[in-house]
Design a protein around this ligand. Structure first.
Ligand code: HPA
Ligand code: ZN
Length: 332
């Protein structure tokens, strides 16, 4: 099975590029940019990655992102992630970035997007990996700040396929961002939102009904509402589930408690993603391997999860068919 996981081409739909910052690169950039980090060694950094909930992770994640200052830094960050895609046979990726984390520190929007974009162009040229960029609003900040960010993004509309919503979920419901999502939709952006990761399923209803999203990020709390489960199934609304993340942030006590198999068996459109792989002990394949080693996941489940990742991607129907055919070719 591990061999099959490795061999199958995959898409990744839920990956925060800042969450792919490995401690080695964090140290290198801290030294180069003269940024203080509260760690003495790479081992020290890894030892600090011990979280009790989403917020305890976010505090460390935002501190780590302080080392990212220049266009080259964003290029290097993205390129290192692409090398992991090559290792894991991820042939299409849709990456999130959090502009506000950087523009608040004086980094230019253009430097961020250009660094990411150039690495993704090189990924296409060198490895044939296709990609899109999704800009996330930080939900602990105001809707007004999100509007300003959307305004800045308009100059780079060609480079950004969609907008999303991340950061501290509890107390920051989707309804807080209703108008800015409406405006983003009118501007032609695809819409996604983190919902039902830590907060209850009412946040998923809000994301669907008030934000009109095309995909739900996480969404694992939907299982507590039979009515919502039926709706998600009927609409085949994609849920980008991130198993390692849910374990590391204690959304579930341990892998055996994770509900991904139940969601899948019910008929929901589920994919497997790494979220913040440098912080959550592994990239996409490691997420699949952990599922396989801890849950009664079958070969058919793995194939469904992988095919869902392509079906739910923001790519043309033609490219979807191409990629699904690639999956079938491996299965032959
Ligand atoms: N949830 C919310 N915000 C985030 C996450 C997450 O899992 N990862 C990075 N930002
Ligand atoms: Zn996430």
């Amino acid at each position: 099975m591990i061999d099959l996981i490795q061999k199958l081409p995959k898409a990744e739909l839920h990956l925060h590029i800042e969450g792919s910052l490995e401690p080695e690169l964090m140290f290198r950039l801290a030294r180069k940019n003269n940024v203080e980090i509260p760690y003495d060694s790479v081992e020290d950094v890894r030892a600090a990655y011990n979280f009790n909930n989403l917020q305890s992770f976010l505090d460390i994640y935002y501190a780590g992102a302080n080392v990212l200052l220049t266009q080259d830094d964003f290029y290097d960050l993205t390129w290192e992630y692409i090398l992991k895609c090559v290792e894991d046979n991820v042939i299409h990726t849709e990456i999130f970035f959090d502009p506000q984390t950087h523009t608040e520190r004086g980094v230019a929007f253009e430097a961020i997007i250009t660094g990411i974009k150039e690495a993704l162009a090189d990924a296409k040229a060198k490895y044939g990996i296709t990609s899109c960029i999704i800009m996330c609003f930080l939900r602990h900040l105001s809707q007004e700040a999100a509007f300003e960010t959307l305004e800045q993004a308009m100059a780079f509309k060609e480079d950004i396929i969609g907008v999303g919503l991340d950061s501290s979920e509890l107390g920051n419901p989707p309804s807080k961002f209703k108008e800015v999502f409406q405006k983003a939709k009118e501007a032609g952006f695809k819409l996604v939102a983190h919902a039902g990761e830590e907060a209850d399923f009412s946040y998923i209803y809000e994301a669907l009904d008030l934000l009109n999203i095309n995909r739900i990020d996480h969404g694992v709390q939907s299982i507590k509402s039979p009515e919502l489960m039926q709706r998600l199934k009927d609409e085949q609304m994609p849920l980008t589930v991130c198993p390692n993340s849910n374990i590391e942030l204690r959304v579930f006590d341990n892998y055996k408690e994770h509900n991904i198999k139940a969601l899948l068996d019910y008929g929901l459109n589920i994919s497997v993603n790494s979220d913040d792989p440098a912080y959550f002990k592994g990239y996409v394949n490691q997420n699949f391997i952990n599922l396989y080693e801890n849950l009664p996941i079958t070969e058919e489940d793995i194939i469904t999860l992988v095919k869902n990742s392509f079906r739910s991607a923001f790519i043309s129907d033609e490219l979807k068919e191409d990629y699904l055919a690639k999956v079938d070719a491996v299965l032959q």
